[in-house]
Design a binder for this molecule. Structure first.
Ligand SMILES: Nc1nc2c(ncn2[C@@H]2O[C@H](COP(=O)(O)OP(=O)(O)OP(=O)(O)O)[C@@H](O)[C@H]2O)c(=O)[nH]1
Ligand SMILES: [Mg+2]
Length: 183
């Protein structure tokens, strides 16, 4: 698989020449890591410090589809103005790209479970008419009990539609993610 970094965008996004798939979720949930797993190369920056991804980063996968890495939300230590900055940028992103976004992966840490901001994100997707799939991350760290609990929470929002279980560390869930992306 071929992947190319196209750049970091704060306002003007690349022309909608290809359909796009976006990775959304709390800070530190593993968005950049999962994107790297899917792309099969370490193109997106990963960090232990939450808030690593600041801009909207575009990657082109196989000359067919944009993979988009966006900043996370919910990091306790950010200032009010930064939260506002995040919200303005994400609103602009969803507003401008809603027709081009064919799928949003909403990542939820399988140990932490779903948080109010994740639920708010689902409301945004529904408002903008963006199809989304829930993805549990870091299942290598979770117990069966954690996973069952998070899946149960997820059911309230997505009913019986499939939830993808993933681990960037153990390379799990890649096939399922790729089949969603190229569908
Ligand atoms: N055990 C384990 N750790 C993971 C996994 N995926 C990511 N991590 C770790 O979690 C931390 C955050 O990963 P990132 O991929 O940078 O998370 P992010 O969601 O992009 O974070 P922001 O850009 O800050 O919003 C890093 O220390 C990763 O190594 C996983 O599947 N298993
Ligand atoms: Mg990131």
């Amino acid at each position: 698989m071929k992947v190319k970094f196209l750049g970091s965008f704060f306002g003007e996004f690349p022309p909608p020449d290809y359909p796009e798939v976006v990775f959304v979720g709390r800070s530190n949930v593993g968005k950049s890591s999962l994107l790297n797993m899917v792309a099969g190369s370490k193109v997106a920056r990963v960090s232990k410090d939450p808030g690593r991804t600041r801009a909207v980063n575009y990657f082109l996968l196989d000359n067919k589809v944009y993979l988009v890495d966006v900043p996370g939300y919910g990091y306790a230590k950010v200032k009010k103005e930064e939260v506002k900055g995040w919200k303005d940028m994400m609103e602009k992103y969803f507003m401008e790209r809603k027709d081009n976004i064919k799928m949003a992966f909403l990542l939820v840490d399988s140990v932490v479970g779903m948080q109010p901001l994740d639920e708010q994100m689902i409301e945004w997707f529904e408002y903008y008419g963006i199809p989304y799939t829930l993805v549990l991350t870091k299942i290598d760290k979770a117990t069966q009990r954690d996973i069952a609990k998070t899946l149960n929470q997820a059911k309230r929002f997505v009913g019986d539609s499939a939830v993808i279980l993933s681990s960037a560390k153990e390379n799990r869930g890649k096939k399922e993610l790729l089949s969603r992306i190229f569908d």
